[in-house]
Design a protein around this ligand. Structure first.
Ligand code: FNR
Length: 189
């Protein structure tokens, strides 16, 4: 599973800006990395009653997908100054039976058509990641404001400044990923 990067998008909308950003981020990864989109839209709301002794097939599939990756990229929209309910549910599902998130590096990117760039959502995601023993890239912090204005007709971000900022974020994530996988031998755990 080394260099398999799980990409999770916190919006369920077909034409979500977060999804477009995530697709472009996948292309900024080095060729030695394999991005895998992990969907969260099929996950029933977490309920312990349905998890023991037998679990829900969709939850099991999701947990296996988490187990198969060595790093995470999380692109979150902002709902009422926090993450979407769908993303919080995914965190909850992946945290039970055992913690399927742990010991992975994560890049957190928030998006919003507003100027504040989903700051509240970004902070809440980081808070949950700490509980789950995931190590987020500390800096650069990426709050992608005015996201609705970033894309051309082919759904590509072309603005040089934004692109180079995203590339710096990816490069920092790749360095953190190398450090953590070497330090903990995550492939064996
Ligand atoms: C929003 N939106 C929003 N935007 C923001 O900057 N801060 C916020 O707190 C909220 N709150 C909020 C709540 C709910 C329930 C919805 C549906 C939307 C607007 C939001 O940023 C916008 O719909 C984005 O387009 C959603 O992201 P995706 O789906 O394009 O990735």
């Amino acid at each position: 599973k080394l260099n398999q990067i799980g990409i999770i998008v916190g919006s369920l909308r077909k034409s979500a800006y977060s999804k477009k950003v995530a697709k472009q981020l996948a292309n900024l990864l080095p060729v030695t990395f394999n991005p895998v989109f992990i969907p969260i839209d099929q996950l029933p709301l977490y309920n312990t009653d349905a998890d023991e002794p037998n679990t829900v097939p969709q939850w099991e599939t999701f947990r296996q997908q988490l187990d198969a990756v060595s790093g995470l990229i999380i692109v979150t929209p902002e709902y009422n100054r926090s993450m979407s309910g769908a993303l919080k549910n995914a965190f909850d599902v992946g945290s039970k039976r055992h913690n399927h998130w742990k010991k992975r590096p994560a890049l957190v990117i928030s998006t919003s058509p507003g100027a504040a760039g989903g700051f509240g959502a970004n902070q809440h995601v980081r808070q949950v990641l700490v509980t789950l023993n995931v190590t987020p890239v500390q800096r650069p912090e990426v709050y992608l404001g005015h996201v609705n204005q970033l894309f051309d007709a082919n759904d590509q971000i072309t603005q040089t400044e934004t692109l180079s900022y995203l590339q710096t974020a990816i490069d920092t994530f790749v360095t953190l990923h190398q450090q953590l996988t070497q330090a903990t031998n995550i492939d064996e755990s």
